[in-house]
Design a protein. Sequence first.
Length: 190
Amino acid sequence: MKILQKTLLALTTGALLSVSAQAAINYSGQPYAGVKVGQYSPDDVDDDAVSYGVYGGYKFTSNFGIEAEYLTTGDADAFDEISEKSEYNADVYGLYGTYDYVFPNTALYAKGRLGIAKNKIDVDYTDKFDSSENESFGYSDTGVAGSLGLGYNITPMAGIEAMYNFYPTIEDDGADLDSNGITLGAHYKF
């Protein structure tokens, strides 16, 4: 099990086992902004990429809101063989409707997001013996995206969230490339 997965599992378990004495607070009409880090996982690659980004939103009611996100990744190996290798990186731009369910008498909440996002993957192919074969290309698609996760309000003005995310499927020469990821975010409410 990778370190990020262990961290998210420990965070989720700790959040579920902890019960806060403070009552649930109504966060309607409140903007927020935060940062996140995680793991971006497209199908059929050797390595998952480290992802990081920013997000922000506005809560219209205590349960419903809107959220925008920008997520990018570092370079990761799609494959690395004796004679050739390929690296990729990705960008995701999304706009989501959100729903939060606050567990009674705790600072713990469940969160769902559903919306539209652009998923863009850039690929660098390298032939280790013939550099004239090297090339760079990209794929992108816009479609339905979403997330499910748990959050914890550390204070009335700050919280953390662990999310499982699915991104739009990219069509590559008739084949579908699915991508998902996990993220850990921290945000501040204004």
